[in-house]
Design a protein around this ligand. Sequence first.
Ligand code: ZN
Ligand code: ZN
Ligand code: ZN
Length: 365
Amino acid sequence: MATTLARASEAMAAAGVDALLLGPGADLRHLTGYHALALERLTLLVARADGRHTLLVPRLERPRAEAAGVPEGVELRDFAETDDPYALAAAALTDLPPRPTLGAGDRLWSTFLLGLQESIPAASWLRASTVTRALRMRKTSHEVEALRRAARAIDRVHAGVPRLLRPGRSEREVGRDIADRILAEGHERVNFVIVASGPNGASPHHETGARRLRAGDGVVVDIGGTMDGYCSDCTRDYVVGRSPEGYADAHTALEAAQEAACAAVRPGATAASVDAAARDLLTDAGYGDLFVHRTGHGIGLEEHEEPYIVAGNDLALEPGMTFSVEPGVYLPARFGQRIEDIVVVTDAGGERLNTLDRAPVAVGG
Ligand code: ZN
Ligand code: ZN
Ligand code: ZN
């Protein structure tokens, strides 16, 4: 973990940033290993370019911070209920130049940022992601292994989904069973369970609800959790009984599009080119207008992070980047389909961490 902080300090120095001020969230966890609770009391990592770091925590959080094993070189300071945490944050910066350049955590709540801006009025501010973005996007081999374990766990959950799908069961009943399986397979947290049956499948982020499965439904199942801090996210399609009219043709095109996008992943290719690989195939097959979202999102400590696999993103992919490839086809009032794998950029190309078959799985109807 100390090496991550050291790399952050180097990146700060290169960017002309004196310090990063990070609240609870993925950046703080990435740099320190501390999974801080997001509370109304300030928790703040002051990470400096010169390597003199301070972690400010409310006194009652000190045991959790100590248990997390805050890395060497970080001074852990707690404050009492009656202390002014903003003054303490300012004190951790007093020996910097009179007009320091500070990076505020992108997820730092505005109430905290406004308090810090009052107590450090001479500073100029930018987003911490100016510095943390590159560090977060390129995963270490340890991080890739964590994502691989999470992907395997969610694949095991999908492998058990057919047993849960029966006509008459509601999306919600199926969703609860899936959530239990996500935990049973080793995740510490369920992040989301989308069970979108029949016409509900046409809404990509459908809220799993009361609709009961029927013969002839296509069912989109998109699920994910957090395992050892890293996220899983995988979508597969299921059919109850006979597939609806047009379903098989659309899915054949979708499988080809998802395959083409995965094949387009390699170092140096742009994020936009991966999106285009899926989109062009679906457009040629006549489904382009029904693919209503970007092809994917980065994944790591957060479910959605950079890089975004979307038209216009000219970012060149690099080994260690991890993201979803998840094209979909949505026919309003009829059905939806999406195939989602997490892909890691390797020296040779791209490797899918999710490996289950991608054809729709037929269950008894
Ligand atoms: Zn989504
Ligand atoms: Zn996703
Ligand atoms: Zn998903």
